[in-house]
Write a protein that binds this ligand. Structure first.
Ligand code: ADP
Ligand code: MG
Length: 225
């Protein structure tokens, strides 16, 4: 019947994810096999090959640990948390990676908002967004973390001065394995969206008027409910 045809043409979400995983893991495996064959045949430049092989193994490691994170059921451990504490933790955690890239992470104060959330999950979201912000930066610059509230909403913003996002890929962000990076996994925003959904919060992505983009987490203000 027509309905069955429509259904068989559309891959299930599980099918899409499985195909993506297979693809993402097969590529580094193919490359590993190739280099092992070269080494077996006895070639020079062994050091160089080992370096590439370790990179490929690291790629598989990253993908599998991110997939494990996705497959873990989100536990419901929500409490009222001051946003400033989470922002300060993120700055401490990511400052070394930022300085390596000549990027400064700043908190725009005051941050007096509190949200009901699972602290470790929202920290994971902020880590994903700030890492992306660092990776988007093409020259020295600033990442600004800030909050706003009003109209029954609390907004946490991560603003960068990076390369920005072209409108033709905007709708693909958060699709499993969608990445524009050489060594990206394309799982960070998927995890982010999954966690926000469990918090009934939304992700808004904006192009800055000057340079870069801003990712906003939009929560309902529990004090105004
Ligand atoms: P990954 O970081 O592994 O590529 P993500 O899901 O975290 O996967 O991000 C998907 C894609 O979204 C990135 O490859 C990049 O193209 C785009 N992106 C995310 N954050 C930013 C940002 N702050 N600036 C520009 N592009 C971004
Ligand atoms: Mg990322």
């Amino acid at each position: 019947t027509e309905e069955m045809m429509v259904r068989s043409e559309k891959m299930t979400v599980a099918g899409q994810l499985a195909a993506g995983i297979a693809h993402e893991i097969r590529n580094p495996l193919t490359s590993l096999k190739g280099f092992l064959q070269l080494l077996q045949a006895g070639v020079d430049r062994k050091e160089e090959y080992f370096t590439i092989m370790i990179d490929e193994i690291e790629k598989i490691e990253t993908i599998t640990s991110e997939l494990l994170y996705i497959s873990k059921p989100l536990t419901d451990n929500k409490k009222l948390e001051p946003v400033i504490n989470m922002l300060e933790d993120i700055v401490t955690l990511l400052r070394p990676q930022a300085s390596l890239n000549n990027v400064e992470i700043l908190i725009e104060r005051p941050v007096d908002a509190e949200i009901i959330c699972d602290r470790s999950q929202i920290k994971q979201v902020l880590i994903n967004l700030v890492k992306n912000a660092i990776e988007a930066m093409e020259e020295p610059g600033k990442i600004i973390l800030s909050t706003q509230h009003g109209n029954g909403k609390i907004i946490i913003s991560v603003q960068d001065e990076g390369r920005g996002i072209s409108t033709d890929i905007l709708h693909k962000l958060g699709e499993p394995f969608f990445t524009t990076k050489q060594s990206g996994t394309g799982l960070g925003l998927l995890i982010t969206k999954q966690i926000l959904e469990a918090h009934h919060a939304n992700l808004e992505i904006k192009q800055n008027p000057t340079k870069g983009s801003t990712f906003q987490l939009v929560f309902t203000d529990s004090n105004e409910e």
